[in-house]
Design a protein around this ligand. Structure first.
Ligand code: CA
Length: 225
């Protein structure tokens, strides 16, 4: 997958480039807003820092969307995110707030690609991916979960929540992301619904430590099951 990193901060770029390359991405870097539109050819995902020296990031986001169907994830320092981005009205597919974890970034990139139906590794119905941790096995293609070889019956949404957390491979799945992907709402007061689904999952799987709560943030795969 080819990623165009639009980031003026050299330190951020120098930290991200090897981290993303290690995870199998091919990364091009663009240090200014100007020139970005000329580099979209062959790019799968644009990681767009909103705080650029030469062009307003939201304006550039709109320009990229107008020029291309490429996936866009906007990145911003805490406090810079405004309503234009929260509604993703500028054409972005998703957003991240700095400082963010690289694992979270990678999970978002895959999620964005998956939503666009272009990522073969994901929770999509056509996927053949299998995730296993301990004796819990999730088969996306068969839509099947087993614990110690025994099939466990889950509702569709329970399955999706579990698959998202398993697919993140230990990175945190934020509540916002799970709600957006499973319930189709980016911003929602429906947090309680998610808590109930997680509680039911823990009971049905009989592995209460599998889904670890990251207080106020979301869930990740537990270290000790
Ligand atoms: Ca910046």
């Amino acid at each position: 997958m080819r990623v165009l990193l639009v980031e003026d901060d050299d330190r951020v770029a120098e930290a991200l480039l090897p981290a993303l390359t290690r995870r199998g991405f091919s990364v091009d870097r663009q240090a200014t807003g100007r020139g970005t539109l000329d580099r979209l050819n062959g790019i799968d995902v644009v990681l767009l820092d909103l705080g650029l020296p030469d062009i307003d990031g939201v304006t550039l986001c709109r320009a990229i969307r107008a020029a291309s169907d490429v996936a866009i994830i906007v990145v911003s320092a805490r406090g810079e995110i405004d309503d234009r981005i929260l509604g993703l009205h500028a054409g972005a597919d998703d957003y991240l707030v700095k400082p963010y974890d690289v694992g979270e970034l990678v999970a978002r990139v895959h999620a964005v690609r998956r939503r666009r139906g272009s990522d073969p590794v994901g929770v999509g119905a056509s996927s053949t991916e299998v995730f296993q941790t301990g004796d819990v096995r999730v088969d996306l293609g068969r839509h099947e979960v087993t614990v110690a070889g025994e099939a466990v019956s889950l509702s569709r949404k329970e399955f999706q929540v579990l698959a998202l957390v398993m697919a993140a491979g230990g990175a945190v799945c934020t509540r916002e992301r799970i709600l957006a992907e499973v319930w189709g709402r980016t911003w929602s007061g429906a947090n309680r619904t998610l808590d109930v689904h997680v509680a039911t999952l823990r009971t049905k799987l009989g592995r209460p430590a599998l889904l670890e709560t990251v207080r106020g943030v979301g869930y990740r795969l537990g270290q000790n099951q």
